[in-house]
Design a binder for this molecule. Structure first.
Ligand SMILES: [Mg+2]
Length: 249
């Protein structure tokens, strides 16, 4: 892996779309959630003015911008309200994509999730903070790992769970990853692998980065890429990357 300073104009020549992970990349890591009975309190983070300007600038230079997150659409729309005309939103780990008000559903997980959800809801642990509202995947925020959750998912042959340090995402093996979402948007925008640059910081970005022509790791302890940016540098990883690209083009 090379530090991002080594990125040159030559590398970016064929890139038409840049795919950004959200948490840890465009906004700091961490989700504040609290659930008591049927009441859920969930904090919305918004992106900084500077990132809004950078995204607009990249768009002016003819880059397509795709935001790919494990979060739900309602939340991403809130976070990216000011740049919605310039981006597509791929949400819930590749399950669907929003673009200019149109929704493309990539995965139908209903049959896989309907029986598992009540089982997970019954798990009692003081480490569970709450279930983040989602349509296609299940996300359970916890203060630390919960053995019972992992045991339930291990018993489900077709499902995976990823612990990212603050939550479990539960999805369908191979069919519900950010890479599946990326392959679908590549079809929608008629792009090839060599046209894609992607940046991510966590385990749910593993398949996404493998699917990109140029992969950028925002946490080299968790992910490999052609280049890396520091996770806890002076700027957010997406900021560092966008500064670099804008300085080349
Ligand atoms: Mg992330």
């Amino acid at each position: 892996m090379n530090p991002i300073q080594k990125l040159e104009k030559e590398h970016v020549k064929k890139i038409k779309m840049i795919v950004f992970d959200v948490d840890g990349v465009l906004v700091p890591r961490g989700t504040r959630i609290k659930q008591v009975g049927n009441t859920t309190i969930l904090e919305t983070k918004t992106i900084e003015k500077k990132q809004i300007e950078q995204i607009k600038e990249l768009n002016k230079k003819n880059f397509l911008i795709n935001i790919s997150s494990g979060r739900g659409l309602y939340m991403l729309q809130e976070m990216f309200r000011e740049v919605l005309p310039f981006v597509s939103l791929t949400y819930e780990n590749g399950s669907a994509t929003w673009h200019k008000g149109k929704i493309y559903q990539h995965v139908n997980s209903f049959g896989y999730m309907k029986d598992i959800f009540p089982k997970l809801r019954r798990v009692r642990s003081s480490n569970i903070k709450g279930f983040e509202p989602k349509e296609f995947i299940i996300t359970i925020h916890c203060t630390k790992r919960v053995k019972e959750i992992e045991k339930i998912i291990r018993g489900e042959r077709k499902l995976y769970t990823v612990w990212n340090g603050e939550a479990y995402d539960v999805g369908i093996k191979k069919y519900q990853t950010k890479a599946v979402g990326l392959r679908q948007i590549m079809k929608i925008f008629k792009l090839e692998k060599k046209n894609i640059m992607a940046i991510g910081d966590n385990h749910n970005d593993y398949e996404l980065l493998r699917e990109a022509g140029i992969a950028i790791s925002a946490d080299k302890s968790r992910l490999k890429g052609k280049f890396y940016v520091p996770l806890n540098g002076k700027f957010l990883p997406a900021d560092t990357l966008m500064q670099k690209i804008l300085s080349l083009i």
